[in-house]
Design a binder for this molecule. Structure first.
Ligand SMILES: Nc1ncnc2c1ncn2[C@@H]1O[C@H](COP(=O)(O)OP(=O)(O)OP(=O)(O)O)[C@@H](O)[C@H]1O
Ligand SMILES: [Mg+2]
Length: 288
């Protein structure tokens, strides 16, 4: 923990109930992530623990430097990584580089973990119940998504370490081609499949780009990366079943966002994605 007075150099974007600041206290700059409500304190603590226990082969995470409270709000400090977000870098990177990073990420996931958590079915069922109760709209597509989720057997989702929010926004790429993961999420269930689902949300459904104008270079690179990711999953043992499960997790994620969404680009994203994910689920089912 820092002993010199902490200066906030600038605020960085932070949409998930936290304030993220670039700070300095005498020496090198560092990042402080702070809860903005007392209610969020415990969640941020769990996220900090996830970051501390991070253990992937070729991928890193910023070192945690300390933690504490400021005005009753929990915060933790971490190493500042001078890097660009993968979401922004994708337009500038060669496709070979993108595939290299995808390789590093995928191979670092605990893919060989097969054992489900004892309470997998109960936790997913509880989540689906909570999401359904919260739904602001109940038109045909939404009801069909709920039906698909209720009918799906989540009891065999492998239980393993995961980051929880592996979008391209939360992957930092340094100049010397190192990858750092940030913004760990305390998920209701931990599985590497949740991370792969988040990757698909960007590579196939463009979650991180929903508010940006289309860009042909980005589009082509994302398409290639998505096809490569599909192949990687399908090539795993019982790969098609795994892919089928991952697309159900994407569907659940999509539905989960609906109650919190008020902006037009995100509403459009959700409408489009829900239908597209269900079409994909139906196609994959034919190969089971
Ligand atoms: N250790 C770090 N080094 C460098 N930049 C960082 C670091 N941690 C966070 N950032 C920057 O701050 C931004 C927001 O951080 P983070 O993703 O953890 O917060 P968030 O509250 O989830 O925000 P968002 O909803 O925008 O993802 C990141 O996208 C990244 O640009
Ligand atoms: Mg983030």
């Amino acid at each position: 923990m820092c002993v010199s007075p902490v200066n906030t150099i600038r605020d960085l974007s932070g949409h998930s109930g936290c304030r993220v600041m670039l700070c300095q206290a005498g020496g090198d700059p560092f990042i402080r992530k702070q809860s903005t409500s007392f209610a969020y304190n415990e969640r941020l603590k769990r996220q900090l623990l996830k970051q501390k226990h991070f253990n992937m082969d070729a991928v890193r995470t910023p070192a945690v430097l300390g933690a504490g409270y400021d005005g009753g709000f929990f915060y933790f400090d971490m190493e500042y990584i001078p890097a660009r977000k993968m979401a922004e870098s994708i337009e500038h990177l060669d496709i070979e580089d993108i595939l290299h990073f995808l390789d590093m990420l995928f191979e670092s996931l605990p893919l060989r973990r097969k054992k489900p958590g004892a309470r997998a079915a109960a936790l997913f069922s509880r989540k689906i119940g909570a999401v359904t109760r919260n739904l602001p709209r109940r038109e045909a597509t939404v009801l069909e998504a709920v039906r698909k989720l209720r009918n799906f057997d989540f009891s065999t989702v492998p239980h393993s370490y995961c980051c929880g929010d592996l979008t391209l926004e939360n992957i930092l790429v340094t100049e010397n081609r190192r990858i750092y993961l940030i913004d760990f999420l305390d998920s209701f269930y931990n599985s590497w499949m949740i991370d792969v689902a988040k990757l698909f949300q960007d590579l196939e459904f463009r979650w991180s780009y929903r508010s940006l104008p289309k860009d042909i270079h980005r589009e082509l690179k994302l398409r290639i990366a998505k096809e490569v990711l599909v192949k990687k999953v399908v090539d795993l043992e019982e790969g098609v079943s795994k892919l089928y499960m991952i697309y159900h997790i994407i569907l659940l994620n999509t539905l989960r966002i609906l109650p919190y969404t008020h902006d037009t680009p995100t509403l459009r994203y959700l409408d489009r994605t829900m239908g597209d994910v269900m079409k994909r689920i139906d196609v994959i089912k034919e190969y089971l």
